[in-house]
Design a binder for this molecule. Sequence first.
Ligand code: OOG
Ligand code: MG
Length: 256
Amino acid sequence: MNNKEILKFATVLDKAAAEAKAISQISKEIPFSEAEAYAIQFASMQKRFERGEQFIGLKMGFTSKAKMEQMGVHDMIWGILTDKMLIEANGSTSMSKYIHPRAEPELCFLVKEDIEQQIDAKDITQYIEGIAPALEIIDSRYEQFKFSLEDVIADNCSSSGLVVGEWQAVDTPLKNLNINLIIDDKQVQTGNSDAILGNPWESVIAATRLASKYEWKIPKGSLIMAGAATPAVYLEPGNVVKVEIENLGEASFSIL
Ligand code: OOG
Ligand code: MG
């Protein structure tokens, strides 16, 4: 793919997201590499920044087998979160903003100090301020929510919305925690924190590895979403969506 094509697809994806209108998979039109996929992602996010959206953090994706199997992909991915995606805890969002939204139960980490290099397991807690229960709304811009790994990377990893609950202490044990996704008072998914790379901290470490590989700084105050421990669930207007995580508490939103 040349630069012109990268910009073309970045524009197509940006428009699809802004208008909540699905497009066909890029990979069906032209094969492209993972590096080209990230170039499309950055170029399309650049358009949002130019319109005044603010970077608020990063999200890791496919950090659990449950998610990889649900979507038929084999590798970890990362995407960019902006202020426009943030939904207040216990707040609401509107179905009209999305194509076919799904919710995922997640853990969110708050970065305490700029991260500019790969951090290992023994030092990572020094860079994190708190951990919170969170929900992510993913909304693939591709028809039928179907994509290749490159397609979904180009589409900023389906990022569309997030809700972050109350921050808990950084020394909160994260091993073997029950995670429940509840919609309209019904438990629709249940999982365990160990499903996220064996330990959700590994997802933060992986984010630092990617940041160093792409020569990106993760600034102080950034959020890092660790990735879902369970498959994602489609949303319908009127749903009240809640995550409950042992030791961490809960977070919720409704979709109107
Ligand atoms: C891609 C996003 C995956 C996660 O938590 O694994 C993701 C998708 O499934 O559309 O956010
Ligand atoms: Mg996610």
